[in-house]
Design a protein around this ligand. Structure first.
Ligand code: SF4
Length: 188
């Protein structure tokens, strides 16, 4: 439970209290997808936080941020939902996050790091992770180091700041804007 204090104003502590089912005046939740969006596009994060879901599934596939279950074959996978997080699968005790493409590796790495952080801080379960790109036959080990845990907590605070804002961040052109579900809300 490192780095934790009792200050309920701190978004990290509010998230932890919410996840543990404590009485919280303003519950705060961060999903794995929100953590991923924070690193992909903060404007996209804001739109998604307002439930503006415009064909998001398809755009995620185009960008290589989501993979169909069948891509990982028949490897004894199991899906596990735990509060705010939903794990692709567990394999030999390790959390595996499956992405079709390594094009957006850092957002995927941070999504997985958030899962490891959440398991550790909320459930007291220490796990390592694997980022898998089955279509590229690539796998990367991901560990929750103290540096990475701090990065997760800093991101949670920034996510809180962004989604609490009344308006979205200004659009910034990215290579994948054309395939983004919110393209017309940014560039038309
Ligand atoms: S179109 Fe580009 S700037 Fe707009 S939300 Fe999507 S990724 Fe972000």
């Amino acid at each position: 439970m490192s780095g934790e204090c009792n200050d309920q104003q701190d978004p990290v502590n509010r998230l932890l209290a919410t996840a543990r089912g404590d009485a919280v005046a303003n519950p705060f939740r961060v999903t794995g997808v929100m953590m991923q969006y924070y690193y992909v596009c903060q404007r996209e994060l804001w739109f998604a936080s307002r439930n503006l879901e415009i064909d998001r599934e398809n755009s995620a596939i185009v960008r290589g941020t989501r993979v169909d279950d069948s891509s990982y074959g028949d490897r004894g996978e199991e899906n596990l939902r735990l509060g705010m997080i939903s794990l692709d699968l567990l394999e030999d005790g390790r959390v595996v996050e499956v992405k079709p493409s390594s094009a957006l590796t850092e957002p995927a790495r941070m999504q997985l790091s958030y899962y490891l952080w959440y398991l550790d801080r909320v459930a007291g379960v220490e796990r390592d992770g694997v980022l898998a790109h089955p279509t590229e036959r690539r796998r990367e080990d991901v560990e929750l180091t103290p540096e990475r845990a701090k990065k997760v907590e800093d991101a949670i605070r920034k996510i809180h700041e962004i989604v609490s804002d009344e308006s979205p961040p200004e659009p910034e052109e990215k290579p994948f804007c054309d395939s983004c579900a919110y393209h017309d809300l940014c560039w038309c």
